[in-house]
Design a protein around this ligand. Structure first.
Ligand code: PLP
Length: 383
């Protein structure tokens, strides 16, 4: 059976260049980077080179990059680390209803400790209104946690305006940059964000490694205590091979950003054009212009979520449905709900996400297959 992977926002295959550069760090260069002998120094040098690569991609200083295990960890650390360094005064956090669960769940957790959290609403495209943010700020607000770009609908938030408002009020601005890096140009020297998180497996690097930019002077209480690794941000012997792979993945994404984003953008436009033009009762979710290349969230009317996903899977198409709950049915996405996207038992929302290996043949196959599925579905309903 033909198989089409069109779920690159969920994860990506590791690029061969990345696999190659990681290889020696399994059994040839294996010293503990904290050891002072030559074996340790080799591993240390590899980590510092990877740190330089990530810092260069974000245009920040090496000392402002901290490695960890994934973006979920980074997001937890940003929120809890900042909150616990404000523990006595508690205070107020502003986030939004469309954040990833690795931001929403720590916020809910912090509420149990007495922190107050405002969840900003979004417009029909999933975008934050900077004026609503401004109005939500209180004297005790110490953190604004708003994502750079949404993983489900691809909407890019007005981060420049958000950062400016945060600066004006002297409030820390943390942004989850997982879906932005590798897809759009980033310059954290110019954009006054204080904390930025990213993940290796979303950018053709390995799973189990991530990084954070933490602007000099930011105060975060560590979540992992031990040997004081990563400038005391995160104790624990570093995942050397993962960090090396992440450094290479970031470099590839930086070097190829212009050509790759243009190619994926064109492919995305072709895909959207065919989906909306040839399939009746379809709607594109997310911002029409301020959007990531590659993320295509579509509502299909006239078929249930379960039926469409079973059929897509039977035809070898791997796309995303939001999250499946334990009953096996498909839970409505909190992002689409916040955007007030029309929903019913007879509407299926699908997130397709295109990436490095996506081709025109693949996206054409996806459109043709969906047409075929919907046609068959209509006939079986009319029987
Ligand atoms: N934030 C966003 C926007 C994401 O899309 C994801 C992954 O889906 C995460 C955070 C979590 O990343 P990780 O899998 O590295 O924990």
């Amino acid at each position: 059976m033909k198989r089409v992977y069109i779920d690159y926002n969920a994860t990506t295959p590791v690029r061969q260049e990345v696999v190659k550069i990681m290889q020696p760090y399994y059994s040839e260069i294996y010293g503990n980077p904290s050891s002072i002998h030559i074996f340790g120094q080799e591993s240390r040098a590899a980590i510092e080179e990877a740190r330089w690569k990530v810092a260069r991609a974000l245009n920040v200083e090496n000392s402002e990059i901290c490695f960890n295990s994934c973006a979920t960890e980074g997001n937890n650390y940003a929120l809890k680390g900042l909150a616990f360094s404000n523990y006595e005064s508690k205070g107020h956090i502003i986030t939004s209803l469309v954040e990833h669960n690795s931001v929403l769940q720590p916020c809910r957790y912090l509420q149990r400790f007495g922190f107050d959290v405002t969840y900003l609403e979004v417009d029909q495209y999933g975008a934050i209104d900077p004026e609503a943010l401004r109005k939500a700020i209180r004297r005790e607000t110490f953190l604004i946690a708003l994502m750079y770009a949404n993983n489900e609908v691809g909407t890019i938030q007005p981060v420049e305006k958000i950062a400016q408002i945060a600066r004006e009020h002297n409030i820390t601005f943390f942004t989850d940059g997982v879906q932005a890096i590798g897809k759009i140009k980033l310059d954290l020297e110019k954009l006054p964000v204080d904390i930025f998180t990213l993940s290796g497996h979303k950018i053709y690097g390995p799973k189990g490694v991530g990084a954070m930019f933490i602007r000099k002077g930011s105060k975060l209480a560590s979540l992992l205590h031990g040997g004081g690794h990563e400038r005391a941000h995160r104790a624990g012997t570093e995942n050397v091979q993962g960090i090396v792979g992440l450094g290479e993945a970031v470099t590839l994404s930086l070097n190829e950003l212009d050509s790759e984003s243009q190619r994926i953008n064109e492919l995305t436009q072709h895909f959207i054009h065919r989906l909306l033009g040839e399939i009746p009762r379809t709607k594109l979710n997310g911002h029409p212009l301020n959007r990531l290349p590659g993320t295509v969230n579509i509502s299909f009317e006239g078929i249930s979520k379960e039926d469409l996903f079973i059929q897509l899977d039977l035809h070898g198409i791997a796309a995303s449905s939001g999250s499946a709950c334990s009953s096996g049915s498909i839970k409505p996405s909190h992002v689409l709900k916040a955007m007030r996207v029309k929903d019913s038992d007879n509407i299926a929302h699908v997130r397709f996400s295109l990436g490095h290996y996506s081709t025109e043949t693949e996206v054409n196959y996806v459109v043709d297959t969906i047409q075929h599925i919907l046609e068959n579905n209509k006939q079986s309903v009319n029987l």
